[in-house]
Ligand binder design. Structure first.
Ligand code: FMN
Length: 208
């Protein structure tokens, strides 16, 4: 089984990365491989709502040659996904938002019943907002999410400071352990317990 962990910080060795590495270590101990991909700080155009990904073969985004094209197929193929981002103005940094809008708009249909979780690094406040924003992508993609003891937030400002946040690091480790358990439960259910039946999707758009 494989997990893709997305680092949406421009700092490849910052606090978000420290949390993702701690989670990857836990997953490795459980026999699950994690690849950390860095997308923060790259130039990533935002979704333009053109609908190309709905109609094109393979549901491919109209924009090419960037971090979305580089990583979208890996994300579709993964068993689990971790979204990591620093907190910027109580929100997701711009390039990461562009990345996620385009990946999830084009690929949610491929992510149902995968395991997804999210983590943020923050100096002081706004971290819970970012965890909620990241989890919104999973909620609408019909993924399942592992628990932990608290919101998956690590505190720190300068690179590596989050490693001193013992409770935060414990929270993300526990989340990764729960993710491993959930991945194994889903894997063991294959061929035995079918996914729940679905319904034709209704779109009412609140106009009548
Ligand atoms: C543009 C910008 C906005 C930020 N906004 C917030 C904020 O709203 N709340 C906060 O507590 N820290 C804020 N920070 C601090 C970062 O969240 C913090 O340094 C975090 O550890 C960075 O994670 P990283 O090392 O993974 O990049 C901000 C930092 C930057 C550069």
């Amino acid at each position: 089984m494989k997990v893709i962990a997305v680092n949406g910080s421009p700092r490849e060795d910052g606090n978000t990365a420290a949390a993702l590495r701690a989670m990857a270590d836990v997953l490795k101990g459980e026999g699950i491989e994690t690849e950390i991909v860095h997308v923060g700080g790259k130039l990533i155009p935002g979704c333009i709502g053109c609908g190309h990904c709905f109609s094109s073969e393979g549901n491919i985004c109209v924009f090419k040659d960037d971090a979305v094209e580089e990583n979208v197929m890996k994300i579709r193929a993964a068993d689990g996904i971790i979204l990591g981002a620093p907190t910027y103005y109580a929100g997701i940094p711009g390039p990461m938002k562009s990345f996620l809008d385009r990946v999830f708009f084009s690929s949610s249909r491929y992510l149902k019943y995968k395991v997804g979780t999210a983590v943020t690094a923050v100096r002081r406040a706004g971290g819970a907002d970012v965890v909620h924003q990241l989890m919104n992508y999973f909620n609408l993609a019909e993924t399942v999410t592992p628990p932990s003891q608290y919101w998956t937030i690590v505190y720190g400002m300068d690179k590596g400071e989050a490693l001193k946040d013992e409770e935060g690091m414990q929270t993300v480790r526990k989340n990764a352990r729960a993710m491993a358990w959930l991945l194994k439960v889903i894997d063991a259910s294959k061929g035995k317990i079918p996914l729940p039946p679905t319904e034709k999707r209704e779109f009412t758009n609140f106009i009548r």
